[in-house]
Design a protein around this ligand. Structure first.
Ligand code: AMP
Length: 631
């Protein structure tokens, strides 16, 4: 796309961050940040809702102390989440968050008349996106209509959907949601055919320490030049902490500068203290000793802070980040089904806090590599998003992004087990389908509940939504052929469809996800799945045995009543006994699944299958006889 061609619209890359956002564009000259009219690249992710207008960015943030309740920051923490999910974050947010439709987290903004207007996080994010869109359009000299937006790798379906919706509200066609670490790798030209060095498959770590969150991702890149036409980016593992970042260092410095607890200060003084503490922190990345001198409403602060003292204070925070790196490496080994963690070829630093010398030193020591810092850590994600935008709009060739699904996806089957259609860590886009049937005669409607999680039983997983396939003609149990298809698109968004093949009825799930999972929950679900694996497997097996045995008993029972008089006496007795035994297993298992032995139960079911052979032969012979033409 030629620059300055106003008839065409531009496709940009956007890093929609918790603290700051950026917009970038890539053409033949490579990716570059699009600054605002005064040359500023970073747009603080802050929106202030005034009486008759909305202010976005630096102006909103700088005036925050005058109007904290109408100044919305860190809204990314609320995207696609329920009020319950966002609970842990609420104490960090100075504005009011309430439950909206479907328990979703909404922002409540006081109005002049003493009331409140309720705004969704998507609408707040849309304000930021709209402002970035205008900024880009002014910088490029033409309309911007399409964007690639980045999200953390662990963002679930609901959070990705919410990000897409925010884009739509801002008048942007979001052509792809890309994981932030993948974008960072693209910014370095790794694997996209842009790299100066072409050296086959590489494993890289993206260490992202921002203002409020820490993310570590391990990616594998197979570049285009090693036998493939396109490059593959796979996220092998992610880990991190949703409350670890520059803010923690600021809080520690606030306490140090004040010599006490900042909670005792007024909201306005707290903001001043925070700004000053952040400034000290940033200067400490460059200087060994920093002087702070400023006034709060009640007192003056004059202090000197040395780097050594600061580093001692933040050492536990850095250590927490390194522990997460260790976990991510172990997870990557698991994904690759290797005993040892993969060796890391590159470490990319993302996020303003990675300018801290102690952070760089600790990361370098842990990975045994000098971290990559050539690209500005604040800009690396947006630049990568722009690279991806240009690939998708045909400007740059040769990279295909493959990201992974963080938790398995499946549907609930009779008895409460979950049949997993797409397993955790599958690469996107992913598609899977499976056949199901009914368990009750003449069922004309089937309820399908979609779950996310690693455990075997639905009750231990997270429900994403449910839908009904109605209008199925009455048929005996087990006869309808229901094909359920899961499709996770390249942005990680889930679409579910069901098709009853005999009647041709179709239904799709409108995944209107109303909340997401926190990373802590994802981690817990994963840990639980290991702890309960054996027990869960047994329960799943028993539940399936109950459902299948009931179907067998029903079919065989019906045929037995019809043809028992034709059966040989000996066969009749064996069959009756087998039915009786299996019925006892079913009764016992239904009362308490743990009271039966799964192998014995399975054996009883097989015994009945074997004993019913003769009955089936008789049944077939009788129906053939009945269908013979009569003379
Ligand atoms: P991000 O969320 O990536 O924009 O990162 C913002 C965080 O990086 C904030 O906590 C900033 O205070 C911090 N930061 C920015 N520049 C520096 C620096 N030179 N040294 C240390 N921290 C910094």
């Amino acid at each position: 796309m030629a620059e300055g061609a106003p008839s065409k619209s531009f496709t940009v890359g956007i890093d929609l961050g918790t603290t700051n956002s950026l917009v970038a564009f890539c053409d033949a000259g490579g990716p570059r940040i699009l600054p605002d009219a005064s040359g500023r690249a970073l747009v603080p992710s802050v929106v202030r809702f005034e009486q008759n207008s909305v202010v976005v960015g630096g102006a909103a943030r700088d005036g925050a102390s005058e109007d904290p309740e109408r100044t919305i920051s860190s809204v990314k923490r609320l995207m696609g989440r329920s009020l319950k999910d966002a609970q842990a974050d609420l104490r960090y947010l100075p504005y009011s968050v309430v439950a909206g439709e479907g328990e979703t987290a909404r922002v409540s903004i006081p109005t002049a008349g003493g009331g409140a207007s309720i705004v969704s996080p998507q609408e707040v994010s849309a304000q930021i996106l709209r402002s970035l869109k205008e900024q880009a359009s002014a910088a490029l000299g033409g309309p911007v209509s399409r964007a690639v937006i980045t999200v953390p790798a662990y963002f679930d379906d609901a959070q990705r959907q919410a990000t897409k919706d925010a884009g739509r509200l801002a008048g942007l066609d979001v052509i792809r949601i890309v994981n932030e670490p993948t974008a960072a790798a693209l910014a370095y030209g790794l694997g996209a055919g842009l790299s100066a060095e072409h050296v086959g498959e590489r494993t890289i770590a993206v260490f992202d320490l921002g203002g409020g969150t820490f993310d570590i991702s391990i990616l594998r890149i197979t570049p285009a030049d090693s036998g493939n036409e396109t490059s593959f980016f796979e996220v092998l593992a992610t880990s991190g902490d949703t409350h670890l970042g520059g803010d923690d260092a600021d809080h520690a410095l606030m306490r140090l500068l004040l010599g006490g607890d900042p909670e005792s200060l007024s909201a306005a003084d707290r903001r001043i203290l925070k700004q000053e503490a952040e400034a000290v922190k940033i200067r400490l990345s460059e200087y060994e000793m920093v002087q702070a001198a400023f006034a709060l409403s009640s007192r003056r602060i004059d202090a000197r802070v040395g780097r050594a003292e600061y580093e001692t204070m933040i050492a536990p925070l850095v250590q927490r980040a390194i522990e997460n790196c260790r976990r991510a490496l172990a997870d990557a080994a698991r994904t690759l089904k290797q005993a040892a963690a993969p060796s890391i070829d590159r470490v990319i630093m993302v996020g303003g806090m990675t300018r801290t010398p102690l952070v760089r030193k600790a990361v370098g020591e842990f990975f045994g590599l000098e971290p990559y810092i050539a690209v500005d850590p604040d800009q690396v994600v947006a630049l990568g998003a722009a690279v991806q935008a240009s690939i998708l709009s045909g400007e740059t060739k040769g990279a295909l992004l493959l990201d992974v699904i963080p938790l398995s996806l499946g549907i609930e089957t009779v008895g409460g087990a979950v049949a997993k259609l797409i397993v955790r860590n599958s690469t996107v886009p992913a598609k899977a389908s499976e056949f199901f049937s009914t368990s009750v005669d003449n069922q004309t409607s089937i309820r399908l509940s979609v779950y996310q999680g690693e455990r075997e039983m639905a009750a231990d997983c997270r429900r994403l939504g449910e839908f009904h396939l109605r209008g199925i003609p009455p048929m005996p149990a087990g006869i309808p052929q229901l094909e359920v298809q899961f499709l996770v698109d390249s942005s990680g968004v889930l679409n579910v469809s069901a098709h009853e093949r005999r009647s041709g009825k179709r239904a799709t799930l409108q995944v209107v996800p109303n909340h997401g999972l926190t990373r802590e929950e994802v981690d817990k679900m994963e840990r639980d799945s290991y702890t309960h694996a054996r027990e869960d497997m047994k329960r799943h097996r028993i539940v399936d045995l109950i459902a299948n045995s009931k179907l067998d008993l029903k079919w065989i029972g019906e045929r037995f009543e019809r043809f028992k008089d034709i059966l040989e006496a000996e066969n009749r007795v064996v069959l009756q006994r087998a039915m009786e035994t299996l019925r006892e297993f079913v009764c016992k298992a239904e009362a308490d699944w743990n009271s039966v032995d799964a192998d014995e139960f399975h054996h009883a079911k097989e015994q009945l299958d074997r004993a019913s052979m003769r009955l089936q032969e008789v049944g077939i012979a009788m129906s053939l006889k009945a269908s013979q033409p009569k003379i």
